[in-house]
Design a protein. Structure first.
Length: 154
């Protein structure tokens, strides 16, 4: 069970490495908009789809595989999110990355606590996963609204 439990985290590591490398190569070839925004938005949307598929799965093996792929695909966008903070923050990149990290940690806390309450209230793990999938899709849309060519003025 130990190696199976490590699979989502291994996939997350791969997602981070692949996402950063892919984004940098796409930026060189197609510019910041295509190299940063599109891969991140696609990874968020794909992660939402994998989570939805996971809620429809009934076999433990399928759930492990789908959740592991979901982790890996979602983490494709993490190095891109940090790069976008540097792109738009420029001289204020520390402030922008700090704001992003604070919002992410707050969201993670609320999601963790809310997940437990939602499972208790509904008796199902599916409902909170559906909410997370909807939030991922919202994030994918919002990421398409970012212009990494535009410097944030503070």
């Amino acid at each position: 069970m130990g190696s199976v439990a490590a699979l989502p985290f291994f996939m997350s590591m791969l997602g981070n490495l692949i996402g950063g490398t892919l984004s940098d190569r796409l930026v060189v070839r197609y510019g910041k908009r295509r190299g940063r925004v599109y891969p991140a938005a696609l990874s968020l949307a794909a992660s939402a789809a994998l989570l939805l598929a996971m809620t429809a799965a009934h076999r433990k093996t399928s759930i492990v595989v789908l959740s592991s792929l979901g982790f890996g695909v979602a983490d494709l966008m993490l190095p891109i999110a940090w790069a976008v903070c540097l792109d738009i923050g420029r001289a204020n990149a520390g402030l922008v990355t700090g704001a992003m990290n604070t919002a992410g940690q707050l969201g993670g806390f609320v999601c963790s606590v809310g997940f437990g309450y939602a499972v208790t209230a509904t008796g199902s793990y599916n409902v909170p996963v559906w909410v997370i999938a909807a939030l991922l899709m919202t994030s994918a849309y919002l990421f398409t609204r970012i212009d990494p060519e535009e410097t944030l003025e503070l």
